[in-house]
Design a protein around this ligand. Structure first.
Ligand SMILES: Cc1cc2nc3c(=O)[nH]c(=O)nc-3n(C[C@H](O)[C@H](O)[C@H](O)COP(=O)(O)OP(=O)(O)OC[C@H]3O[C@@H](n4cnc5c(N)ncnc54)[C@H](O)[C@@H]3O)c2cc1C
Length: 264
């Protein structure tokens, strides 16, 4: 089984601070970690490898050169090898352009399964996994909380739902996004840490993965961020009354006043 795990390096805090001048995240002085959900994705892949030692697990990330640290941490946990997509051409990527680049890299690596975390704790959109599956034209299952069995060419999993879980069977190749209920991530071993220090991490540019310029980075990002801000947490409660149309109009006004949606 050839497995890819997508990991994102994120700031070690959920209290993300925003520069009010530039509307960008303040990353300076904040230590980085592997996105916590991605640790469960790594663990899922390693458990498959534990059962079938012929399997290979590759960690894949897109980020600045410093994201190499996250890949070395993944190697220390037992991942076989790693690839870092790093190029100025990737700067300004929204989730769609991120998913495109990761999909191009996954095609280059080859895979039977791709694991992603449910969401990243900084961007929080939970879009990258499903979008990547779309680019690769493969099925995906989100919120996987248990892998029940893997047979030749197919897999059965439990998908977490609000009111329980679904049992789903899919053909392979497949992309899964995982939740923390799936497993308990292991700790790095001494042997893994030694390997992580020495291993050469593959570093790929846009051209290395054959990504089109028009679909990469800012050029390939249909999203435009008009404003970014930390929401003010208010505990006020307001009761609205009237007909459904009147109440909808009042809700709209409230959301506009809170800048949750653009006026117009
Ligand atoms: C217009 C726009 C411009 C942006 N410009 C920048 C920018 O210049 N610099 C910047 O740092 N961010 C930028 N971002 C944020 C960036 O798009 C997101 O951080 C990124 O697309 C991932 O989205 P997310 O954090 O919501 O991940 P989610 O979709 O919540 O993540 C789900 C899972 O996908 C995988 N995943 C997500 N991102 C990566 C990754 N990079 N590598 C490997 N696996 C991953 C992980 O498995 C993760 O658990 C921009 C966003 C927008 C909308």
């Amino acid at each position: 089984m050839k497995i890819i795990v997508c990991i994102k390096q994120v700031p070690d805090t959920s209290e993300v601070r925003i520069n009010p001048e530039t509307n960008t995240l303040i990353r300076e002085g904040v230590p980085s970690i592997i996105n916590p959900y991605d640790l469960h994705a790594i663990e899922a892949a390693l458990q498959i490898k534990d059962q079938d030692p012929a399997s290979t697990v590759t960690a894949l990330t897109m980020g600045p050169p410093h994201a190499e640290v996250a890949l070395r941490d993944a190697i220390a946990l037992g991942v076989d090898d790693a690839a870092l997509l790093t190029d100025r051409a990737f700067a300004g990527s929204d989730t769609w352009a991120t998913a495109y680049a990761l999909a191009k890299a996954a095609e280059k690596i080859g895979f039977d399964m791709i694991f992603c975390g449910k969401q990243a704790i900084d961007g929080d959109t939970a879009q990258v996994g499903p979008e990547m599956a779309e680019f690769l034209n493969i099925p995906h299952i989100a919120y996987v909380k248990k892998i029940e069995k893997i047979e030749t060419g197919k897999i059965t999993v439990h998908r977490l739902m609000d009111d329980g879980y679904d049992v789903l069977e899919s053909s392979l190749p497949l992309l899964m996004t995982v939740v923390k209920e799936l497993n308990t991530p292991r700790l790095p071993s001494i042997k893994g840490k030694m390997r992580a220090k020495k291993i050469e991490i593959r570093k790929w540019t846009r051209q290395d993965i054959g990504a089109e310029d028009s679909l990469t980075g800012l050029n390939g990002s249909p999203t435009r961020v008009s404003n970014i801000f930390a929401p003010v947490i208010k505990k006020e409660r307001k009761t609205i009354t009237g007909t459904p149309d009147e109440m909808a109009a009042q809700i709209l006004d409230e959301l506009k006043a809170l800048h949750c949606i653009q006026p117009g």
